[in-house]
Design a protein around this ligand. Structure first.
Ligand SMILES: Cc1cc2nc3c(=O)[nH]c(=O)nc-3n(C[C@H](O)[C@H](O)[C@H](O)COP(=O)(O)OP(=O)(O)OC[C@H]3O[C@@H](n4cnc5c(N)ncnc54)[C@H](O)[C@@H]3O)c2cc1C
Length: 388
């Protein structure tokens, strides 16, 4: 499938696939049950060059494309959505955004440790009162001499309790205008910074989810990332990238559900025949395969456009919205095909079913993707009507 992949895309996908089948799939149930990510798996991702797929080699990355990132995301999610979520928060939300917005000194200081997996990264945007309406965030950063003083709280931060470095959005001006938000690099041991409790959750168990607290937290002025007041634009571009790449997660979970249910349906016999011979079972399998392929193609298109610096908001929202709907259906069908076994904790499809629910929430809910798509359609139609 995917006849248009370059050698670079295929190499990234094959490396992730080999790691997923040899190291990650055997550890997936243990990650889920213990509720923790093995640090050695992160280092292995670093050794394989997967932590810096779209970061240039000069900074320890692999110099690849966003399309490769989405393919790697699919392969890792197919084995463990928990590890894939932590991987994505680290490699794309933290490391790649740091590369994209950072100055030379910031890149040299932080990227090598993030690329090798020695340090784990996190991305801190969401707050207790600012989720979908992220630009309404309240964390404040005030410049005092050679430092910024941060006050506020973040919630639902992936990798919070495991990370050494955090990209933190904070308000540097009053009001809600374009120049109100800025982005900072905060290290775990900065004075006034604390990680709160881990938050138990429905799926992706093993990927830590935490609160963060800033109480007169001191960040050196040189840890401002990009321009003061520039973070709203960074957020928008960063979210397009997040949506395109993380859509690979829905595809990977859906594919895992199809792989498992197809192989089960060919082994399980009822009425003296394999259940795969029943047309009602075949319909579910065929529908799953079709929707997974459609979600994969939408994901590839969004990543392809980002790689060419083309406008990608609508395509990224197409991929994210359809992927979220597809993976809920695919995992539900998988539970149905497995019957009673699919409903038990002894069977991985119940994990896929729980993991799938995140796709319609993280990185912008399905309702927000719908609003973005509708907004783009209306903008395009208005442009058409103004044409002579
Ligand atoms: C497992 C997990 C990992 C996460 N990791 C991170 C992370 O690493 N960093 C980070 O910053 N954040 C992270 N998040 C937060 C995530 O991005 C937010 O949960 C998400 O953006 C939704 O915000 P909310 O939870 O506050 O929901 P709300 O915004 O309160 O939404 C609640 C409901 O209202 C709907 N809604 C809201 N506004 C509208 C509207 N205008 N029209 C119609 N419906 C609307 C939503 O679609 C949803 O159904 C994570 C969340 C989870 C669950």
């Amino acid at each position: 499938m995917l006849s248009f992949l370059t050698e670079e895309n295929q190499a990234a996908r094959d490396t992730a696939r080999e790691f997923a089948s040899s190291k990650l799939r055997p550890a997936a149930q243990e990650i889920e049950q213990s509720g923790r990510l093995p640090a050695e798996l992160f280092r292995e991702l670093g050794r394989l060059g997967l932590l810096g797929l779209a970061v240039p080699q000069d900074y320890g990355g692999s110099g690849g494309s966003f399309l490769s990132c989405a393919l790697a995301m699919e392969e890792l999610s197919r084995a463990s959505a928990a590890l894939a979520l932590s991987y994505g928060a680290h490699a794309f939300l933290c490391a790649h955004n740091l590369y994209a917005r950072g100055g030379e000194a910031q890149r040299r200081k932080y990227l090598p440790k993030l690329m090798s997996g020695e340090w784990i990264g996190a991305f801190a945007l969401t707050e207790p009162e600012a989720g979908s309406d992220a630009a309404a965030l309240k964390t404040r950063a005030v410049r005092r001499g050679d430092r910024y003083i941060l006050n506020g709280s973040k919630t639902f931060i992936t990798n919070g309790s495991a990370a050494q470095i955090f990209l933190v959005f904070a308000r540097t001006q009053r009001g809600s205008g374009r120049g109100a938000l800025s982005l900072f690099i905060v290290e775990r041991d900065f004075p006034g910074f604390a990680v709160g409790k881990d938050i138990p959750k429905l799926g992706t168990c093993g990927s830590p989810l935490s609160e963060l607290h800033f109480s007169d937290c001191e960040a050196p002025a040189e840890n401002l990332l990009g321009e003061e007041g520039g973070a709203l634009a960074y957020m928008r571009r960063g979210l397009d990238m997040e949506r395109a790449v993380f859509s690979g997660m829905a595809v990977g979970i859906g594919q895992a559900a199809l792989d498992y249910s197809l192989s089960y349906a060919m082994r399980r016999r009822q009425f003296k025949r394999p259940i795969s011979s029943f047309q009602l079972i075949q319909e579910m399998l065929a529908q799953m395969a079709t929707e997974i392929e459609a979600a994969r193609l939408l994901t590839c298109q969004a990543a392809w456009r980002l790689d060419r610096n083309m406008e990608a908001s609508k395509c990224a929202s197409f991929a994210k919205l359809f992927g979220a709907q597809m993976v809920l259906r695919a995992t539900q069908w998988a539970v149905q095909i497995l019957g009673g076994y699919g409903f038990t904790r002894e069977c991985p499809v119940e994990r896929f079913y729980r993991d799938a629910a995140l796709s319609g929430i993280g990185g912008g809910t399905s309702q927000i993707q719908t609003l973005i798509i509708a907004g783009e359609l209306i903008k395009e139609a208005l442009r058409e009507t103004k044409k002579p």
